[in-house]
Design a protein around this ligand. Structure first.
Ligand code: SF4
Ligand code: SF4
Length: 398
């Protein structure tokens, strides 16, 4: 097992994320398979296990810790999270004191090695940034009492949101978990987020290293290219090798769902095999081919003249995000754009099309995003429509 230093600890470079645990035929957590996975992980030296209050409807904490309890408490580090991201718009009201005590009880532990404020994003920032919520005082007191060893946060916000949270509470944060993989490096501005965190001296934890499985399987031709370059490596291994070669985070969490996935990841993390320049270029090709993506570079040339003051590049990035895999967080960020600032508020004046160096048909893309967010079309239908429009343009140009 590869290890990374974190303060006075040696953390396994691979952590076991308990968001997508194995399920039995009734859809319940398959405890026997989970035990086999934990046994394999412990035998290989994995010492970091990550769960959260809402995972598996609240049962992930219980199942994971029941499995870990078969091993001495000091042989594993447990990470859990406070669901402040759900305390939005009065839908939920999770009280830190109540949740934290409940979590310790459910996990059967006296302390958490790592504790995170869960999912700081554009919607949840309103709650996390409100001093009246007094959660930070409470968690700092738990840390002082030894019931939290290390305090951090997970973040799905865009770089500006991350900076805002750091300006408020960065001094108390010891690590930050972000969505990071070779696709999101540019797609979700992960490169910029890593740079912000490094500048703040905060170690990077990775979630979604294979983007919920999106980077684990490709079409035959793409997989053939990858296998030709590294015949003895699995397809998901490329995503982990990229992380270890380029951003080099402290922790990579993988939400494994069966023993086979666990064994494959354990093999990958048994040795360091950084990608060469040629292999990195091959992954760039893969990322581009995945794309069906809008080629927006985020230059913002289109923004100044928009009569509706729409944040065009942000919405196009969300459209790209949805094209790769629909995500709750993207929908939350989209909702948080505010009244009059959504794709459907575009009046198709065409100013942005004239300003765009990439010649993107922004009004058409915003209309598609609006249709998707209203549930009128799926992204599959939208991507097919976009491909047909591009084909028609090509024919017209001939
Ligand atoms: S077409 Fe829509 S997005 Fe583009 S400038 Fe006009 S209102 Fe703004
Ligand atoms: S001008 Fe074009 S490429 Fe630049 S941000 Fe706007 S849509 Fe994207």
């Amino acid at each position: 097992m590869l290890y990374n230093d974190f303060q006075d600890l040696k953390l396994s470079a691979l952590g076991f994320g308990a968001m997508r645990l194995p399920l039995d035929t009734q859809g319940k957590i398959d405890q026997a398979e989970l035990d086999r996975m934990v046994d394999a992980a412990m035998a290989a030296g994995v010492n970091y296990y990550d769960t959260a209050y809402p995972y598996h409807g609240g049962l992930s904490e219980v199942a994971l810790c029941a499995s870990l309890a078969r091993y001495p408490r000091e042989s594993w580090h447990l990470a859990d999270k406070f669901p402040g991201h759900q305390n939005v718009k009065g839908v939920k009201h999770f009280v830190p004191e109540e949740v934290f005590e409940d979590q310790l009880r459910k996990c059967g532990v006296e302390y958490f090695d790592f504790y995170l404020l869960h999912n700081v994003n554009e919607s949840s920032l309103a709650w996390y940034a409100n001093p009246d919520n007094h959660y930070m005082d409470y968690f700092l007191a738990q840390k002082a009492a030894g019931r939290i060893r290390h305090l951090g946060f997970s973040c799905h916000a865009a770089p500006a949101g991350l900076e805002r949270f750091l300006a408020l509470y960065g001094e108390h944060m010891e690590f930050c978990q972000i969505q990071l993989n070779y696709l999101d490096w540019t797609l979700q501005d992960a490169e910029q987020k890593v740079s912000i965190l490094r500048a703040a001296g905060i170690p990077v934890w990775v979630m979604e290293p294979v983007r919920g499985g999106r980077l684990a399987h490709f079409d035959e031709a793409t997989e053939a290219k990858l296998r030709a370059a590294r015949p003895d490596e699995s397809i998901p291994a490329w995503a982990f090798r990229w992380l270890r070669t380029v951003p080099k985070p402290t922790m990579i969490l993988s939400g494994m769902s069966n023993l086979a996935q666990m064994q494959d990841n354990l093999k990958t993390f048994s040795e360091d095999r950084p990608l060469s320049g040629e292999e990195l270029a091959l992954l760039d090709e893969v990322a581009a081919s995945l794309a069906r993506l809008i080629p927006c570079t985020g230059c913002r040339y289109c923004c100044a003249g928009c009569p509706k003051h729409l944040d065009i590049p942000t919405m196009l990035a969300m459209a790209n995000d949805m094209a790769v895999s629909a995500s709750f967080n993207t929908v939350a960020r989209y909702t948080a754009l505010g009244e009059g600032k959504h794709a459907g508020d575009c009046i198709s004046c065409g100013q942005c099309v004239r300003a765009c160096p990439q010649k993107i048909d922004v009004p058409a893309e915003l209309r598609r995003l609006d249709e998707c967010m209203r549930g009128q079309k799926t992204w599959e239908e939208i991507c097919a429509e976009r491909a047909a429009a591009a084909e028609a343009l090509k024919k017209a140009a001939k």
